[in-house]
Ligand binder design. Structure first.
Ligand code: SAH
Ligand code: DHB
Ligand code: MG
Length: 223
């Protein structure tokens, strides 16, 4: 498709100008590929976008759901101050192992902690620890559970916290209200969860790029 060629070229242009890979990011991508992880990490310019959001937010504590090889984790953790903390939840032990190596190589293994297991099992454990509220949550795991993840993120937030959900447009398929595809059902439920909850205020921004046509859901915790 002609459009995809242009989207990819523009992503390459802006990424090389404004979000160039350094040694640790490149190594994270290469080791993830070598380990056979699926090529679904955020693009470089999207990683930079998440990093800037965390900076704008003055984030000291970040929660991530869906680590993969730790590529987005590196972008996010680099936005934190030295005494900041990032917790990333990953179901697949192999992904977590690769991510752990990548975070160590990036010098972020003291700031960023990976917890292995289904996020819906890890989240209650995390909540029971009564952690300081997370300033930003990035939700990027199994899309079927997106609405549950939004609810958990809200529980673990404070007024002013930000919640970002990846992949909410899915080539436009998010409009398919009668879809039975779990990812679409789950994502529409997440949009509904934000719309229906007076404690959340949000929007969706559509994106195109090297990863195709997709989008982010952005929500602010109001109260
Ligand atoms: N955020 C990463 C990409 C994450 S891909 C980046 O941009 O670099 C989605 C990840 O979610 C995969 O590693 C997958 O194993 C993980 N995942 C899938 N189901 C999960 C679950 N129930 N709990 C936690 N992680 C899950
Ligand atoms: C898929 C998952 C992602 O998190 C992503 O950014 C792109 C694709 C997927 O499961 O296909
Ligand atoms: Mg994603």
């Amino acid at each position: 498709m002609h459009e995809q060629t242009v989207w990819t070229a523009v992503d390459e242009y802006v990424t090389s100008a404004l979000a160039p890979d350094d040694e640790a990011l490149r190594a994270a991508q290469e080791s993830s590929e070598k380990a056979g992880l699926p090529p679904i990490a955020v693009a470089g310019n999207q990683g930079k976008f998440l990093h800037l959001l965390a900076r704008l937010q003055g984030a000291r504590r970040i929660l991530e759901i869906g680590t993969l090889g730790g590529y987005s984790t590196i972008w996010l953790a680099r936005a934190l101050p030295e005494d900041g903390r990032l917790v990333s939840l990953e179901y697949d032990a192999r992904h977590a192992e690769v991510a752990g190596e990548n975070l160590a190589r990036a010098g972020l293994d003291r700031i960023a902690e990976i917890r292995v297991g289904a996020a819906l099992d890890s989240l209650p454990v995390l909540a029971a620890e009564n952690p300081e509220p997370f300033d930003l949550t990035f939700i990027d795991a199994d899309k079927v559970n997106n609405a549950h993840y939004v609810e958990w993120a809200l529980k673990l937030s404070r007024p002013g916290s930000v919640i970002v959900v990846d992949n909410v447009v899915r080539g436009g398929r998010v409009t398919e209200h009668d879809s039975e595809e779990p990812a679409i059902v789950g994502t529409r439920a997440a949009v509904r969860a934000v719309a229906d909850n007076p404690r959340l205020d949000g929007t969706v921004v559509q994106t195109v790029g090297v990863k195709g046509y997709d989008g982010f859901l952005l929500a602010r915790v109001v109260s």
